[in-house]
Design a protein around this ligand. Structure first.
Ligand code: KIV
Ligand code: ZN
Length: 526
């Protein structure tokens, strides 16, 4: 009988982070990795170490700090990539994995690599052997596997397994597959490569969502013999994203009548928390109607449905919302709550914070507590996430005053504190701006003070908790004219202030990332 344990390989921090504007700093990645460990994923793909010193450090730090899951680092079949990945995952010891990849499809061989089939096999084998000199756990991905000629893919798999790879991942790199055909390919590999039957190696799947079929393809592949599924929280990733972890896991669990015996080790009650954390860390808002983790996933609007639910929940609900972590709220805190109560709630919410972190959160908590009656867990989480997101603050907000109305030219006066981190000096500067509206006026004043000109490409405002006094959380994507989009986040009971804070967060991130961007540009990209 086939072993039916499905390994959940999370690539939120690698493929997920390749989503434009989703890049995270070290602190954010570490917090996501901690949550992935609480979610009990089997493998965390922590990054692509050769890409930059920042990526290397992130993988190495996660390999050192996170206990439990296997920690994987990605590498092309190139010596310097493999060596970097080997060094980066070293602190994980036996839990370190190197994931090497090389394109195998005809179109990639001819137009991207200019290599014949036998050269591809030689490079793959050499890469796997080199990876094996660092770790025993080596995964190989024939990139664009779903579009590779099946008989050649079988040959590649056999050679990769013989070279020592214990996981062969078959990526649907461009989201081209359809379930029946992808399942047939996986079934063929299972039948024709003996090691997949003996369990010496396993088949993994990695599906992109260009046709909206990533989850369907992954599940069809499981039924055909795949034993590892690569996925991301909220389905984030390149282009239309990757298969969503929460959908795969809950499909296997909810339809256990169909997927008989297949199971994974995920702690499903951590799903919503993981989704929210990743959404905030990457600045990618989850669509309201998104399966499992969208705000409306368990909201029943029609009277007939509500009536049915009241009579028997299962009439219209196929999952218990509490099973995925909805509705786990505790009594709110108030402005009278002390530092110890806030520290204890932070621990309860799973945040690992030192004294300085708790002090910073507590002082923001006091500000918020003065403005709103109850501080809910979601409010506190937003403050923590805002704090984690903060980069060393070159610019910080001291004072903001706006005048606006339907008969007034919107005007903003902004006072900022500038900390010269290298020279150690502090300056206070003030400017005024006018604009189309109070947000525009505030950002223009900030541009003048910081001597940056950011183009706002995306702006989202959401209420963190319920009620008119809820914290407003602003997420924006800003283009400062160089390289990547920068994400900025800010929260306040005042949405104009939240916007100014989010913009300053983006400015600070931009200033912080400039040396890293230069260094990244110097290194070769895959
Ligand atoms: O989509 C893809 O092919 C990948 C590989 C690197 C596994 O992400
Ligand atoms: Zn991918």
């Amino acid at each position: 009988m086939k072993n039916k344990r499905i390994i959940i390989f999370d690539t939120t921090l690698r493929d997920g982070e390749q989503c434009p504007g989703a890049s995270m700093n070290l602190r954010e990645k570490l917090e996501v990795a901690r949550q992935l460990a609480r979610l009990k994923v089997d493998v965390i793909e922590a990054g692509f170490p050769v890409i930059s010193d920042g990526d290397f450090t992130a993988v190495e730090t996660i390999a050192r700090e996170i206990k439990g899951p296997i920690i994987a680092g990605l590498a092309r079949c190139v010596a310097k990539d493999i060596d970097a990945a080997g060094e980066a995952v070293k602190p994980a010891g036996k839990r370190g994995r190197i994931h090497v990849f090389l394109a195998t499809s005809k179109i990639h061989r001819e137009f991207k690599l200019g290599k014949a089939r036998n050269e591809i096999i030689r490079l793959a084998v050499d890469g796997i052997k080199r990876a094996k000199s660092f770790v025993s756990d080596v995964e190989f991905s024939p990139e664009d596997g779903s579009r590779t000629e099946p008989e050649f893919l079988v040959e590649v798999c056999k050679a990769a397994v013989a070279a020592g790879a214990t996981t062969i991942n078959v990526p649907d790199t461009v989201g081209w597959a359809v379930p029946e055909q992808y399942a047939a390919l996986i079934g063929q590999l299972y039948e024709e490569v003996r090691e997949f039957q003996t369990g010496r190696a396993i088949i993994s799947v990695h599906c992109h969502n260009d046709l909206g079929l990533a989850v369907a393809n992954s599940l069809a592949a499981v039924a055909a013999g795949a034993r590892q599924v690569e996925c991301t929280i909220n389905g984030i990733g390149e282009r239309a994203g990757n298969a969503a972890l929460e959908e795969i896991v809950m499909a296997l669990k909810t339809r256990s009548d169909f997927f008989q015996g297949y199971q994974c080790g995920i702690n499903t009650r951590e799903i919503v928390k993981s989704s929210r954390l990743v959404s905030r860390m990457c600045g990618l808002v989850v669509q309201r109607s998104k399966a499992i983790v969208g705000e409306n996933a368990f909201a029943h609007a029609s009277g007939i449905h509500q009536d049915g639910i009241l009579k028997k929940r299962e009439t219209y609900e196929i999952m218990d919302p509490q099973d995925v972590g909805w509705g786990q709220t505790d009594l709110p805190l108030t402005k009278h709550s002390g530092r110890a109560a806030v520290a204890s709630r932070l621990r309860h919410l799973g945040f690992k914070m030192d004294e300085a972190d708790v002090n910073a959160i507590f002082s923001r908590f006091k500000e918020i507590g003065d403005k709103k009656k109850f501080v809910y867990d979601d409010d506190l989480t937003a403050l923590v996430e805002g704090h984690i997101t903060e980069v060393p603050e070159t610019w910080s907000l001291e004072y903001l005053n706006v005048t606006c109305g339907n008969q007034t030219v919107p005007t903003a006066t902004v006072r900022l504190r500038k900390t010269e981190r290298e020279k150690g000096g502090v300056q206070t500067l003030q400017e005024a701006g006018i604009g189309d509206g109070p947000v525009d006026a505030s950002l223009k004043a900030i541009d003048r003070l910081t001597k940056t000109t950011g183009r706002l490409l995306d702006y989202t405002l959401r209420a963190v908790s319920k009620g008119k006094d809820a914290l407003g959380e602003v997420t924006m994507k800003v283009n400062f004219g160089q390289g990547e989009l920068v994400t900025g986040k800010g929260a306040s009971t005042d949405v104009i202030e939240a916007s100014a804070r989010a913009y300053l967060n983006a400015v600070n991130r931009f200033l912080e990332s400039r040396p890293r961007a230069k260094e990244k540009g110097k290194k070769s990209q895959p």
